[in-house]
Ligand binder design. Structure first.
Ligand code: 9D3
Length: 237
């Protein structure tokens, strides 16, 4: 899969993909990441990418022209509705990027991520350039760059052979809404500063361990993510 990232901070991406899962996926030839500098598609000598909002208001918006021209020059023969080449705008106004969105996006051969900045971008980017508008969560970032790195990490680690694991079943349950948190886990020592590992885990009764883990996972989910339990309890339409 090929990722394109369109940003005014291309240097931001010289760190996050050099280690871990994304670097491994790249070495394995499973993914390609191309970083594009939005200022390469400006026409004036100040390389202006932003302008003031019509109707007044605080802050500056990304202008439509450099964004449209960038996408058109990266994919000169892209047709509307091309499912193999998707454009996602990363913005605070987007729909939630979750595991299900990651699965959907990983079906494309190429994915172009537009990083929002300033106070936002001209709405025509969302309506007439991007196929979708995504947010990674309900908090205010200073731009879409960190969000793009999150999206790439989540999709890259799903790629076959990347983690050297076949926990595809685990990944499925993660996205189907019937997910609970992982159970608590412990390693040696069995007594750390008087904090004891639950006795059941030290014995070899695997049936008892399985029941303890399920119970502990449910209890922790109720405490930290009660929203996930309501999702399973409510009858589905
Ligand atoms: C504080 C400014 N806000 C009101 C005028 C709007 C706003 C504009 C631009 C809020 C955040 C941003 C920059 N954020 C992103 O580009 C962004 C983002 C985010 O803030 N939260 C979660 N996901 C994302 S993806 C891109």
């Amino acid at each position: 899969m090929t990722f394109h990232v369109l940003t005014i901070f291309p240097e931001f991406f010289s760190g996050p993909f050099e280690h871990g899962v994304v670097a491994k996926a790249h070495e394995a030839g499973a993914l390609e990441i191309k970083i594009h500098n939005l200022r390469d598609w400006t026409q004036d000598r100040h390389k202006t990418v932003d302008d003031r909002p019509f109707g007044g208001g605080e802050g500056m918006l990304l202008k439509p022209a450099p964004l449209f021209e960038a996408v058109e020059s990266i994919w000169p023969d892209r047709k509307p509705g091309d499912s193999g080449r998707r454009v996602a705008l990363l913005s605070a106004q987007g729909s939630r990027f979750d595991q299900a969105a990651a699965e959907r996006l990983s079906a494309s051969a190429e994915l172009l991520l537009i990083c929002g900045r300033y106070e936002g971008e001209d709405e025509r980017v969302a309506t007439h350039l991007a196929d979708e508008e995504l947010s990674i969560g309900d908090y205010v970032l200073s731009g879409g760059e960190l969000a793009a790195a999150v999206v790439i990490d989540v999709i890259a680690r799903r790629m076959p052979g990347v983690l050297g694991n076949e926990d595809s079943a685990v990944m499925e349950s993660f996205s189907q809404g019937d997910r609970i948190l992982d159970c608590p886990q412990y390693t040696r020592p069995a007594d750390f500063r008087g904090l004891r590992v639950p006795e059941v885990l030290l014995g070899g009764n695997h049936e008892q361990i399985r029941r303890w883990r399920r119970q502990a996972a449910l209890e922790k989910t109720g405490r930290l993510r009660p929203d996930l339990l309501t999702a399973v309890t409510e009858p589905r339409p």
